[in-house]
Structure formats: C-alpha cells, structure tokens
Design a protein around this ligand. Structure first.
Ligand code: HEC
Length: 166
C-alpha cells in the first residue's frame, strides 16, 4: 500500500496550519492588550499548532513509505534509461545487447505491488543485467540510490503507466 499523501504534502499542510497559529496568536494578543477575553483565541492557536506538529510527525515517521514526487528515469546518476528507455518501453540504447531484454515497464509496472518494484530495484534481478540500486556504492559509502530516490522513480514509473508524463 502506498500512503496517499507525500511528505511534501504534509509539510504544506503544516505550513498552512502555522499561518493559522500566527493569525490566532495575533488575535489573542490584540484581545489580551485590550483586556478582552483572549483565551478562546489562545486555545485555538494551541490546537492548530498541535495539528501542525501531528502533520510533521506523520511526514517524518511514515515518511520512508511515502513516495516523493516523481523523478524521471534519466535523473541522477542512475541511468535507468540506458536499458529501459526514456519512457520505460524497454528500448534504451543498451537494451538490444541484453539477454533477457528489458520488458516494457509501462505494461509491467501496474501488474506489480509497489513493494515488489522496490524490492527489484533495490536488490536487482538475478540472471539479468538489472543492477541492485540499494547496494552500497564503495566510492560514497551510501546506497547507489537512497530509498527515497527509489520510491520517487517508482512513482514516476506508475505515472508513466497511467499515461501521464509528469
Ligand atoms: C544495465 C541495464 C539496466 C539498467 C541500468 C536498469 N535496468 Fe531495470 N532491468 C534490466 C533488465 C535486463 C531487467 C529484466 C527484464 C525485465 O524484467 O524487464 C530489468 C528489470 C527491471 C524491473 C522489473 C520489471 C518487471 O516487471 O519484470 C524494474 C521495475 C526495473 N528494471 C527498474 C529499473 C530502474 C528504476 C532502473 C534505474 C534506477 C533500472 N531498472 C536500471 C536492465 C536494467
């Protein structure tokens, strides 16, 4: 299952809520200076602030499972397009030299669960040229693609399969 909202989406919600906190905070302050009853405004500001914190907590804990905005196959050093083609159709310049040939990802991606795709992209596919992008790159000491980057690419592949060009 993919979480229906991205970390960026939750950050934007938290930002909108922060505006509310400021608004109610200022109102409470004005009322307090006029010696009016300011408590209701202060409580509202507090509740909105709590909601903003909740949005951020969700964003940064469930976050690894949240696909971030799509990243094209040619992005970063991970040149998926060399084998899979820019649109994932299995027609990259190196595709013709490979046995087995890369499949048309636009047809295959919708047939698989997101977690399955993450597993293949992370660990590679034995017996094929598909590299393991979760493996540590000795020159940087980090995975060739971070988990977030791998999810971004899956998001892109899913959009491609739906006929969108994000
Ligand atoms: C050196 C060539 C090569 C590169 C680079 C490459 N792949 Fe692959 N990939 C393959 C081959 C070959 C297969 C096995 C045939 C197949 O299943 O398409 C494969 C399989 C896959 C599959 C499984 C498709 C299925 O349903 O069977 C996915 C998903 C995938 N690759 C994604 C990627 C992504 C994302 C990248 C870039 C981060 C990438 N590949 C880079 C060659 C490559």
């Amino acid at each position: 299952m993919t979480f229906p909202i991205s970390r960026q989406g939750l950050e934007q919600i938290a930002l909108a809520l922060a505006v509310g906190v400021v608004l109610f905070g200022v109102l409470a302050l004005l009322r307090w200076r006029r010696k009016d009853d300011y408590r209701r405004f202060a409580i509202s500001a507090g509740i909105i602030a709590a909601l903003a914190v909740v949005a951020l907590i969700i964003g940064y804990t469930v976050a690894p499972n949240i696909p971030t905005p799509p990243v094209p196959l040619t992005a970063r050093q991970a040149n998926c397009a060399i084998c899979h083609g820019i649109a994932g159709r299995g027609d990259g310049p190196a595709a013709f030299t490979l046995v087995p040939r890369p499949v048309n990802l636009q047809l295959h991606v919708p047939q698989h669960a997101p977690g399955e795709l993450l597993y293949w992209i992370s660990t590679g596919i034995p017996g094929t040229a598909m590299p393991a992008w979760g493996d540590i790159d000795p020159s940087t000491g980090k995975p060739k693609l971070s988990e977030e980057e791998r999810w971004s690419i899956i998001r892109y592949l899913q959009a491609l399969s739906r006929g969108e060009t994000p």
